[in-house]
Design a protein. Structure first.
Length: 727
């Protein structure tokens, strides 16, 4: 039996631009399982544009329990119920919607037409003239009003009949309004361009079902745009060659495409300002604009004159206070950060990047005589992930934030409140782990900063580049346009650290095999692919689940991939027990006490992609499934709609570990990982270990990874634009 409530819309609490609505609803009827709500006002959520307080609505969906706001009715679909009884039709006509129709006139109309009143107004308005008090002008106005009134529901119904979900239909109608059906008639792929939430594959399926030709120009244009999106997502490139794009489109179409038709489609996309073609390089217009913005701002700052403050004496007093003696490299980095409008500090692990950030902040505060409150207003410490921001905060003992939080990201709208129209007052921004910042996020940050704001990028360019498209830090360094200080003197853990020595060998393309025999902070356990899992299990038994210990793995699949290792380690660290509740989500069985990793940013809950926590409580009731996760004291409740945002974390990917550090890391390496064996990935995994690194697997796999430097060579415009300006 369907779960539904029927009644009247009362008022709106919130509505996004895409039609997502939170509001109040007075229940008149309900399905048997919800009869407790009859006569009561409930909170509903869902994509429902253009509701009014006059109509009766039938809402279909389910009751969910919000962690803050209690029970809510989550709407999957809805129907507008036009009044049928004569009294209800009278109330509808004299409700104020129809200008010039009062109660007496409404009663006369309904008395004459009865239940056929509304169909008559819609289809045969001229018949109204036969009723006393209704002239041709009023009849036409009533027809136009009711027709307009019905447009939204009819458009939504048409969209759902085509194959769009109610959520998709609501978003589409909220943007296009009465032009919805004409727009889709002209270009069925239009919502794909306009909404991130509507996938290409879904709309292509709808288009083909609607009868569009497989080689229709409109479809080819959408395939080209989709191909560019896939290239940027999968490879991190911001452009590709014509031949690459043409071959990808042909493969995706599953057939050879006429070259002239391909070129025509490309040039139409250029005219529509959806893609850019520059020097035979094809790019999404959005990514191209982001790279242009980053390049122009960086060049603007880089070509300004440095300040000429005298900082030596103040820096000397900071050395004396802290008991730290900065070397020549470090002094240059500290002073250039304050004197230069934009600068970069880069270096491998153990070279003192965090120590330098502390010194820069102290020097900046003391030189300008800022109070702590003034400092927090003028200087901002940022990082791309929650864990990186937390680590920065722990090491510097200063307030830090994710870039998304600083820009006040609205998850629902996917927009930033701090932007080109509402800029931050910050005068100096320091961005740690800059290698993880993609070009679009950097562009968004620059939009929210004044053009005179000083910028310092700190990071290790030899680590993995950002998950998103672009290669901002590496491009900025390679351009040689921005003042860059390279740190290469080792400090952390002492110069005899095997981890640090091994990592720096990887950076230089050297496999320091002798380092593996020291067995101090770096241990190598030789194992073939078939025995790696059992060795990891045995090694892990020496740790507690709360320890700063992490298994990092290059890939999810294979017999020694993340998924298999997670299942095995769950039995070690959190075995089945009568008092532990369990819940099967997808193919994974979670139980209370499990270690999990957050996969998406949830700023409202103050948790971010990469945060690690432990499941404290599971509720398994069919209509009230919940998982409670503790992220270092921040306990967050998850319901089925958000179960996809976390995953088991006894073993995690090296990509997910970026920006984090652990006291002990176990890192398997085998030739089974194949195309995931490349230098930057291996280097990033090794440098996540602070005190001890245990390598398990095959030396040949490590040697292969160290030699392979081609896996992540990204195609971007930024370096060229920084060197030569924007053409």
């Amino acid at each position: 039996m369907e779960t539904f409530v029927k009644g009247k819309y009362r008022r709106q609490i919130f509505q996004s631009e895409k039609g997502y609505t939170i509001g109040l609803f007075k229940v008149q009827e309900a399905s048997n399982d919800l009869d407790r709500f009859i006569g009561k006002t409930i909170t509903f959520t869902g994509y429902l544009p253009d509701l009014n307080e006059i109509d009766t609505y039938l809402l279909k969906g389910k009751v969910v329990l919000h962690p803050k706001y209690g029970e809510q009715f989550d709407v999957d679909e809805y129907e507008k119920i036009l009044p049928e009884e004569n009294d209800a039709i009278v109330e509808f006509l004299c409700s104020g919607i129809f200008k010039g129709v009062g109660r007496k006139r409404a009663e006369k109309i309904v008395q004459a037409l009865g239940k056929e009143t509304l169909p008559t107004i819609l289809k045969q308005p001229s018949n109204l003239i036969l009723i006393e008090g209704v002239n041709a002008s009023l009849a036409n106005k009533m027809h136009e009003t009711l027709l307009s009134y019905e447009t939204s529901y009819e458009a939504m119904l048409s969209l759902t009949e085509k194959g769009f979900s109610m959520k998709d239909a609501s978003m589409i109608y909220s943007k296009y309004k009465e032009e919805t059906l004409p727009i889709l008639e002209e270009d069925i792929y239009r919502p794909y361009y306009d909404f991130k939430e509507i996938s290409f594959k879904k709309i292509d399926f709808i288009a083909l079902k609607s009868g569009i030709s497989k080689e229709d120009l409109i479809r080819i244009k959408a395939f080209i745009y989709y191909g560019l999106e896939e290239i940027s997502f999968a490879l991190g490139n911001t452009y590709c060659s014509r031949e690459e794009l043409y071959q990808l489109v042909c493969r995706t179409l599953g057939t050879s495409l006429d070259a002239a038709l391909f070129d025509k489609a490309c040039y139409e996309l250029v005219r529509a300002l959806k893609i850019v073609i520059l020097d035979e390089k094809y790019a999404l217009k959005t990514l191209f604009d982001d790279e242009c913005l980053v390049a122009s701002r960086f060049r603007l700052l880089a070509h300004q004159k440095d300040e000429t403050y005298e900082l030596e004496n103040t820096l000397a007093s900071i050395e004396q206070e802290s008991g730290i003696h900065y070397n020549v490299q470090q002094k240059e980095a500290i002073q250039s950060a304050i004197l230069s409008p934009i600068s970069i500090i880069t270096g491998g692990p153990g070279t003192g990047k965090t120590t330098i950030i502390e010194a820069i902040v102290k020097l900046y505060q003391q030189h300008f005589h800022y109070s702590d409150m003034e400092l927090s207003k003028h200087l901002v410490l940022l990082a791309p992930t929650g864990r990186a921001a937390k680590r920065m905060r722990e090491k510097t003992r200063l307030t830090s934030s994710t870039i998304h939080r600083f820009l006040k990201w609205n998850k629902e709208l996917d927009t930033f409140s701090v932007n080109e129209y509402n800029k931050s007052d910050a005068k100096f921004v320091i961005i740690d782990e800059s290698s993880m910042v993609d070009v679009s996020l950097m562009a968004s940050l620059l939009r929210g900063l004044s053009s005179s704001c000083k910028i310092l990028l700190v990071g290790d360019s030899d680590q993995l580049p950002s998950v998103g498209a672009g290669n901002v830090l590496q491009d900025a360094i390679s351009s040689q346009e921005i003042k860059t200080v390279f740190l290469n003197i080792l400090y952390r853990q002492g110069e005899d650290s095997s981890i640090i020595s091994f990592a720096h060998g990887i950076r230089e393309g050297k496999f320091l095999e002798d380092t593996l025999t020291k067995e101090k902070d770096l241990v190598f356990e030789e194992a073939d692919a078939s025995s790696i899992l059992s060795r990891i299990v045995e090694l892990s038994k020496g740790f507690q689940k709360e320890d700063s210990f992490q298994v990092l793995v290059p890939m999810y699949k294979t017999i020694c991939g993340i998924d298999v290792i997670n299942q095995a380690l769950q039995q070690i660290f959190n075995p089945k027990a009568p008092h532990k509740k369990e819940l099967l989500i997808g193919d994974t069985l979670y139980r209370e006490g499990d270690k999990v990793i957050q996969l998406l940013n949830l700023p409202d809950e103050n948790i971010y992609n990469g945060d690690i926590g432990f499941i404290t409580n599971i509720k398994t009731k069919e209509k009230q499934k919940e998982v409670w996760i503790d992220f270092d004291g921040n306990v967050v409740k998850y319901t089925p709609s958000s179960f996809h945002t976390f995953k088991s974390a006894w073993a995690i990917s090296i990509h997910k570990a970026q920006g984090s550090e652990f006291d002990v890391v176990i890192l398997p390496m085998t030739l089974l990982y194949r195309n995931m064996l490349y230098r930057k990935l291996f280097y990033t995994g090794v440098t996540r270990a602070k005190k001890k690194l245990i390598l398990v697997g095959e030396k040949k796999a490590m040697a292969t990874a160290i030699k392979n430097t081609n896996a992540l060579t990204r195609k971007t415009f930024l370096k060229e634009f920084l060197e030569n300006g924007i053409m």
